[in-house]
Design a protein around this ligand. Structure first.
Ligand SMILES: [Zn+2]
Length: 692
């Protein structure tokens, strides 16, 4: 239990943080401090907004847009700490506060974006924008404010605004509940095993399962949890078909178990509310509304890309399935390949075809070495240096580095929080405690990446799969987008770009993990310290397109179902299970593959909604990243300094200074084509209709 603080002076969230790097004093922050801090910060921001709206002076850029950009500082500070904890280190107490606070924040955002007096000032400025003498950045900020307000409903009639406000509040509560339900299902399930159940599991998987059982208070046993790295490893290696089926079912049924954590009714309500909101704002569907302000612009454009890939991916997956079937038959297995068999037989096939097994590879991917590899890549591309610093953080597993440039100037503080634990939401993400800006002094960012890698037993090195290493590079790419940000206005900083562009810096960064000189230097054997033998390295790189039919189908199905769901004009009484089944039938989903995220636990779409009607973004960005990396390949140098400088200027440091398409063109000299993506996924030789 935590007592509410007795006075403001005891609440560290009210104080100015003067410790190292002005980090929040995590050790002194208790859950009970958040609600009073939110209340005070919300009131302060409200007062600032009202003062701007009520200003009797003629609207100018500084007294309206500039003033808005300087407002809400305290709220952002409190919210950044709070939402870091809700994602990475939550508790029943934090979750209860989150349920209280999320509708308050939605109400607050309504009060800002539906403020008519404030909108009148912005609209007035926007109409006079060509006469204001604004530089490019200020013009962009004004345009973004105007678009945001219009898209939020600022120009609508009062009755419509009131309905929008109610919808937003309800959506905020539902989104919070959705994420908490998934976490609850993940926390409450663990497959507890005995030594004799571990057939097929390599040492690293046994060690991770032992550590997971220990964390759950059952030392001596082995726990397979629903964290992706735990369950996927088990599915890949366990020779026990019955246990694979058991864990797989629990995994794909998160959010669909009946009872209070079942998410299906929530989804129905959310989709209906989103469709209604889109209609109020003049759009045919939520997908139309959402994509209007993305790089893709229309659902048809996003679908066009997915269709380009889907037929090819299905054809490749069908060939892969046949090869796995053959392997089952060869082993005398008298059953049809099921979804819980795919990873197991794919791993076997990979091992025999490429003489490569995951357990062997993993010994070369030590977490600490991969962190160094990501840092070294940033040094060679952007001249950054990373020095570990001992600072108190919110969990002992989190680590910090100070980032400096060639001149030794402070660029950012980077925090990495890598291991799975039951207080952490699944997945991997980048977030920040402070964003870059130059409007209120030279503010440098504090950026975090949060991952869910299996924690090793005490004294053992943390080992990653090649996929885990790719995730590490991915999130670090997002982190660089935050850390290298070089804009004046907070609105445009770092990752504040459309979601179909935001995956460019992250997915592009993954390419450097596969650059041979990086692997040679950092893929070193955990025990001997020897670099990966060249033959093994070559074989590893040769497997890049192996099983890509599966991976592409698993992903693309999610993106298509997401677009279809959010294109429904009216979804009252939606039966989520039935919708998912029918839609997968419509797109002819292969029976042996399950969506990477089924709707009842699809947090990208429903836990906050950042990727609702936007899951296609990863592939949209992949068109960009594959094409962008080709720019380096064309020079013959993966670290070509001229290309790296353009990349930094127009992508990593540019935030939302330009329209995404213009930013990309400025970097590449042209818009991208889909060719590099098809090649990367091994789909280039297959026609769009699925025929070779
Ligand atoms: Zn990402």
């Amino acid at each position: 239990m935590t007592r509410a603080p007795s006075s403001d002076t005891q609440n560290p969230l009210f104080a100015t943080w003067t410790g190292s790097f002005e980090l929040p004093p995590f050790a002194r922050i208790e859950p009970g401090h958040f609600r009073p801090a939110f209340d005070r910060a919300l009131a302060a921001h409200r007062a600032e907004i009202n003062a701007i709206a009520a200003d009797v002076a003629v609207p100018g850029f500084d007294n309206t847009i500039g003033a808005l950009e300087k407002s809400g500082h305290e709220l952002e500070r409190v919210a950044n700490v709070f939402f870091l904890l809700t994602g990475a280190n939550t508790s029943d107490e934090i979750e209860a506060i989150e349920r209280d606070v999320s509708p308050l924040l939605a109400r607050h955002s309504n009060a800002l974006y539906l403020n008519r007096a404030l909108y009148a000032r912005i609209d007035d400025l926007y109409k006079r924008r060509d006469t204001l003498g604004l530089n490019a950045e200020r013009a962009r900020v004004l345009e973004r404010y105007h678009t945001r307000f219009v898209r939020a409903g600022a120009a609508l009639e009062k009755a419509a605004q009131e309905r929008l406000a109610a919808i937003n509040e309800r959506l905020a509560s539902l989104g919070t509940q959705f994420g908490q339900n998934v976490l609850a299902d993940e926390k409450s399930f663990a497959l507890m095993l005995e030594e004799s159940d571990l057939g097929g599991l390599p040492d690293f998987a046994r060690a991770a399962a032992r550590a997971a059982a220990e964390e759950r208070g059952q030392p001596g046993k082995y726990a397979i949890t629903l964290a992706r790295s735990s369950v996927e490893t088990f599915l890949q290696f366990s020779s026990r078909r019955d246990l694979r089926e058991k864990i797989f079912k629990a995994w794909i049924r998160r959010g669909e178990n009946g009872g209070i954590t079942d998410n299906r009714a929530l989804i129905g309500e959310m989709v209906a509310l989103r469709a209604e909101r889109a209609k109020l704002l003049g759009f045919a569907s939520f997908a139309d509304y959402r994509l209007d302000d993305q790089m893709a612009k229309t659902p048809a454009a996003a679908r066009g890309l997915l269709d380009e890939v889907w037929g090819r991916a299905r054809a490749k997956a069908a060939a892969e399935r046949d090869a796995l079937h053959a392997l089952v038959a060869e082993e005398g297995g008298n059953f049809a390949l099921a979804p819980h068999d795919w990873r197991y037989y794919a791993e076997k096939l990979r091992k025999s075809k490429f003489d490569l097994d995951e357990a062997e590879i993993k010994r070369y991917f030590q977490l600490d070495k991969m962190i160094e590899a990501a840092f070294e890549t940033a040094r060679r591309l952007f001249g950054l240096t990373f020095a570990p610093v001992a600072v108190p953080l919110y969990h002992p597993d989190a680590r910090a580095w100070e980032v400096t440039d060639e001149q030794g100037r402070h660029i950012a503080l980077f925090i990495g929080d890598y291991f799975a634990r039951s207080s952490k939401h699944s997945g991997a993400w980048m977030t920040s405690l402070r964003d870059q800006q130059k409007l209120s002094g030279d503010v440098r960012p504090i950026v975090l990446t949060v991952c869910n890698f299996s924690k090793p037993a005490a004294g053992e090195p943390a080992l990653l799969s090649f996929d885990d290493a790719r995730t590490l590079f991915h999130e670090f790419g997002h982190a660089l987008h935050g850390m290298l940000s070089n804009v004046t206005y907070p609105l445009l900083a770092g990752t504040a770009v459309p979601s179909d562009f935001v995956e460019l810096p992250s997915q592009l960064y993954e390419h450097w993990l596969e650059v041979p000189e990086i692997l040679k230097q950092y893929a070193r054997h955990a025990r001997t310290g020897q670099p990966m033998p060249k033959a093994l390295l070559d074989r590893l790189l040769a497997t890049r397109t192996f099983n890509q039919g599966f991976a592409t189908v698993e992903y693309t199905a999610c993106a298509l179902v997401d677009l279809d769901l959010h294109s429904l004009p009216d979804s009252a009484a939606l039966d989520v299970t039935e919708f998912e089944r029918m839609d997968l039938e419509r797109i002819a989903m292969p029976a042996e593959i399950v969506m990477r995220h089924r709707l009842p636990h699809f947090q990208h779409l429903f836990s906050g909604g950042g990727y609702a009607a936007g899951y296609y973004s990863y592939m949209w960005s992949e068109v960009l990243d594959a094409d962008a990396f080709a720019a380096f390949e064309e020079t013959g140098d993966a670290f070509d300094p001229v290309t790296a400088k353009r990349l930094r200027d127009f992508v990593y440091s540019a935030g939302n200074l330009r329209e995404p398409a213009k930013a990309y063109e400025a970097f590449r000299g042209r818009l991208p084509t889909v060719d590099a993506l098809l090649k990367k996924r091994g789909l280039a030789d297959i026609g769009a209709d699925g025929h070779s």
